[in-house]
Design a protein. Structure first.
Length: 104
């Protein structure tokens, strides 16, 4: 079991009366995360759904992330997937490849 990975957001996000200043990923991806991804079409939306599920925040929070924060989230998810992390994960095409590599 890996230690939680917390991403401090460069731009806090307000959603439904709550301000999100960080995202914490505490676990490996589970089948329920894949089910959430299946509810969305398009690579970016599926990625956002995965991150929201793994960080236990509303989808709308992830949809407001800056590119920099999305890259940091990608690195956090990579830490739980066994995939290599690095700044290249911020590149949308590589982020989608990361997610595609997780799906059966």
């Amino acid at each position: 079991m890996r230690e939680p990975v917390t991403v401090t957001l460069t731009n806090p996000i307000d959603h439904m009366g709550q301000t999100y200043t960080e995202l914490t990923f505490t676990r490996e991806m589970r089948m329920k995360d894949l089910f959430v991804m299946d509810e969305h079409k398009g690579g970016s939306m599926r990625t956002a759904a995965l991150y929201a599920s793994m960080a236990n925040v509303p989808f709308e929070v992830i949809s407001e992330l800056t590119n920099e924060d999305m890259g940091a989230a990608a690195q956090a998810v990579a830490a739980f997937s066994g995939k290599p992390s690095g700044t290249e994960a911020a590149d949308e095409s590589k982020t989608e490849n990361l997610v595609d590599g997780m799906t059966p």
